[in-house]
Design a binder for this molecule. Structure first.
Ligand code: ADP
Ligand code: MG
Length: 207
């Protein structure tokens, strides 16, 4: 179960993790992109963190929606609209809810992933954040189906996202800036898949 207070804690911890990993994310993006992923994410989540005090009394849907809108409006790169859409779609799935259980989390997570695919015109296997998020979504669904708690399910999601992230080294980018490199994108892990793993780790740790 995640209530609105816990959700605000998770968002704050996400902002801290992104800030702490800013240089690492930027280094990864230097290799196959334009070297701004950490900067973009830190700017976006920095703005989100400033808005957190005003979110404390809102329901989960409203919190996630505001996070998404803030990311869209403060992040210049591709990742801003994509993560922003993800949080907004998750927010719509949790509209008016003061707390969410495992199945509701999964519904929101699936809506987020579907939103990224739609907005990015992308699919799993193109060396993007989806290569961490899609395996994570499947892992959560499978674990909940087998009766796992939400925390246990998130543990499986983190494992699946880690495997997915490692796999991004073995595939050629066909979406985003890294796609300009073609085969030269091989051997490098995707920055967006890396930030997605970090965010999942934060959720798991907070539960
Ligand atoms: P930009 O590419 O505009 O510089 P960032 O560096 O912040 O933006 O983000 C790059 C990340 O965004 C990539 O590593 C990838 O995971 C993700 N990304 C880019 N394009 C897409 C897309 N069409 N669908 C899903 N994810 C994408
Ligand atoms: Mg970039």
């Amino acid at each position: 179960m995640i209530d609105n207070k816990k959700m605000c804690e998770i968002i704050e911890a996400m902002a801290e993790k992104i800030q702490a990993q800013k240089d690492f994310l930027t280094e990864l993006d230097n290799e196959i992109g334009d070297g701004d992923h950490g900067i973009n994410m830190a700017r976006g989540f920095g703005a989100v963190k400033e808005k957190l005090p005003g979110m404390a009394d809102k329901d989960i849907g409203a919190i996630l929606k505001e996070v998404g809108m803030t990311l869209v409006s403060t992040v210049g790169g591709a990742s801003g609209p994509l993560y922003g859409t993800a949080f907004m779609k998750a927010g719509m799935a949790c509209k008016g809810m003061a707390e969410i259980d495992g199945q509701q989390f999964l519904t929101a997570f699936s809506a987020a992933v579907a939103g990224i695919k739609q907005r990015g015109k992308s699919e799993e296997g193109e060396k993007t954040m989806l290569d961490a998020l899609c395996p994570a979504e499947r892992a959560i669904a499978e674990a909940l189906n087998e009766g796992a708690t939400l925390k246990e399910a998130l543990g499986k999601a983190v494992d699946a996202a880690e495997d997915g992230l490692v796999h991004t080294k073995d595939i050629i980018a066909t979406k985003g800036r890294a796609s300009y490199l073609g085969e030269r994108s091989l051997g490098h892990q995707d920055p967006g898949a890396t930030s997605s793993l970090l965010l999942l780790q934060v959720i798991e740790a907070a539960l």
